[in-house]
Write a protein that binds this ligand. Structure first.
Ligand code: ADP
Ligand code: MG
Length: 563
């Protein structure tokens, strides 16, 4: 707290002997000044915490009044000294009070009251500067978007404002890998506290991220569960009735000695606890002292501000991550649609080529053959005509076969019947053609699956079947398909000769065109829809192809999306 400087300013002190005597006993350092310049020097040299009480002889009031506005400061009290005989005084608003120096009792009473007033004023000044500091911290907190920097600001502000030696922040999380959560009544047991930041002025801390259960027996857990702050004078001597104990692990590792502790919950405006601020070892002149009730009050409100700022910054970070995920997803979709477009184009080119190379060419040659018939007829070359007609017949049959093949390729996708139906048909044909038994087990409905998932599953399964037919030498295959609300799992197991998946070479683009799209293509397809593919096989052990695809929940049909 600041000091009171008592100053008496008068041309002569003769009339004020009683007052001066009392003033000097109350304030031994009281100054007597006769010169305005000297007074000015003293007043402008006041420290931030000082308060000056200036007693002015009423005869000097007129001389000083024009100057008073320049000293319009909270920490200067102008007190006019009057005598019983003094005529009416014109006292301006800058004057704090008038003291009539009639008798000793009056003077003593006045000075006693003044002391109280000054104490109040000093207290107010201290509070004002605290409020200012608080305001600055609040502004900094709400402006900081970066969570890590925000945590730093919070812990540093708490340490500074309470003169603590060190501090730690823990956040409430749902699990060790979670980033943040909030705690409400009844959440104990399901949530954890995660250490996120520590500062210490005396030692360097390099602690790893660690999580603790939230229990009422620990100081931090107590703050989370009860939502109350707690002040401990000696961490190693906590009164039994508090019902908490101090975790000495940190002291043990670092050799530090924790004594006074102040723990406060970071509670947002909805009373949800985001975490805990724990301050240790309040210091005064290099000695550790207990935290004071004022520290507790200040930290509680700071923790509240910190909670709101932190919540904002964490939400902001979550949102950014979400946006990033959307961006990636979008990019994937773009890739996917590009591939689909390309595939369509390739398909059209292939059909055009098939028609050009097959039926179209045959047609031209048929027309030529008809020309030749005419010549044979004109020359009555019946043998040659018969042969040419046989050839024409062959050509027409070939043409009919080619056209049927093209039509077959153009028929609607087997998937139009639904994934399960299409697979059943596929397996039936596969078994009939290869003699390999297929056991098809499935759970869940295929109706709600998105088409890109259905197409991926179908292509992966048919490709796996192609490989089994071509390479495995298997006698039976088991296919297990589980369609769930969040994911689809597929397992294709054969009892064939197996192979070493690591040594299978990557196919060149040329190879891919020759055969199916291969194991690499399967993986690519699966990863494109954010799924995972795993192949488990070794020579002599058969092969297991496992894939898991996430199901993205979209609005279901009939749901009012616009509302
Ligand atoms: N089910 C299987 N059983 C045995 N070997 C397999 C099986 N699936 C794949 N392979 C082996 O992996 C190789 C790569 O397969 P893939 O990428 O589909 O190319 P391709 O089938 O054109 O050879 C095959 O050549 C084969 O040696
Ligand atoms: Mg293959």
């Amino acid at each position: 707290m600041g000091n009171l400087k008592a100053i008496m300013y008068s041309g002569s002190f003769k009339e004020y002997t009683t007052f001066l005597a009392i003033l000097k006993t109350k304030y031994p350092g009281a100054m007597t000044l006769t010169d305005f310049g000297a007074l000015h020097t003293v007043l402008t040299g006041l420290g931030e915490d000082d308060v000056a009480a200036v007693f002015i002889d009423h005869r000097l009031l007129d001389r000083i009044t024009p100057n008073l506005p320049y000293y319009d400061q909270e920490n200067i009290l102008w007190i006019v000294l009057a005598q019983e005989s003094t005529a009416l005084l014109h006292v301006g608003p800058q004057v704090f009070d008038v003291l009539t120096c009639g008798g000793a009792i009056n003077i003593q009473r006045f000075l006693k009251r003044l002391k109280k007033d000054v104490a109040c004023r000093l207290r107010l000044q201290a509070l004002e500067s605290e409020v200012r500091e608080f305001y600055t911290i609040g502004k900094t907190l709400s402006a900081e978007k970066d969570t890590k920097a925000l945590l730093e600001t919070i812990i540093n502000a708490c340490i500074d404002i309470t003169s603590a030696d060190g501090g730690t922040i823990y956040l409430v999380v749902n699990g060790p890998d979670d980033k943040w959560s909030t705690f409400r009544e009844g959440d104990a047991g399901s949530k954890l506290l995660k250490f996120v930041i520590a500062r210490n002025r005396s030692i360097n801390i390099d602690m790893e991220e660690l999580t603790l259960p939230i229990s009422r027996e620990s100081l931090s857990g107590y703050a989370v569960i009860t939502g109350l702050s707690i002040r401990i004078d000696d961490a190693y001597d906590i009164p039994v009735q508090v019902g908490c104990s101090f975790n000495p692990q940190f002291d043990k590792i670092t050799g530090y000695r924790t004594r006074s502790v102040l723990t406060a919950p970071m509670k947002d405006h909805q009373d949800r606890v985001l975490g805990v601020i724990q301050l240790i070892n309040k210091k005064r002149r290099d000695r550790v002292v207990p935290f004071e009730p004022r520290d507790e009050m200040v930290i509680n409100s700071l923790a509240g501000q910190a909670a709101v700022a932190l919540e904002n910054s964490l939400l902001y970070r979550d949102m950014e991550e979400l946006l990033e995920q959307y961006r990636i997803q979008n990019e994937r979709l773009r890739e996917l649609s590009e591939r689909i477009l390309k595939a369509h184009e390739e398909e059209r080119r292939r059909i055009a080529r098939d028609i050009h190379d097959g039926p179209a060419q045959l047609m031209s040659s048929c027309a030529l053959k008809v020309e030749i018939f005419r010549k044979y007829l004109q020359r009555s070359m019946y043998d040659a005509l018969g042969k040419a007609m046989d050839e024409l017949n062959d050509s027409i049959l070939t043409m009919a076969r080619d056209i049927r093949k093209i039509i077959y390729d153009l028929r609607p996708s087997p998937l139009e019947a639904g994934l399960l139906k299409a697979l059943e048909t596929h397996f039936a044909v596969f078994s009939k053609e290869t003699g390999i038994k297929v056991k098809f087990l499935h759970t869940g409905e295929d109706g709600g699956l998105q088409y890109y998932l259905i197409a991926t599953l179908y292509r992966v399964i048919t490709e796996a079947c192609t490989n089994i037919r071509k390479h495995a030498g298997a006698t039976s295959v088991e296919v297990n398909l589980e369609i769930g609300p969040e994911k689809v799992s597929l397992l294709v197991v054969d009892d064939g000769k197996g192979f070493d998946p690591d040594s299978v070479r990557k196919k060149t683009a040329e190879d891919k065109l020759q055969s199916g799209f291969g194991l690499e293509g399967m993986r690519e397809r699966v990863e494109l829809v954010q799924g995972a593919l795993h192949i488990d096989s070794s020579p002599g052990k058969g092969a297991r192809v496992k894939i898991v695809l996430p199901v993205v929940q979209g609005p279901s049909e009939g749901e009012d999306v616009g509302a």
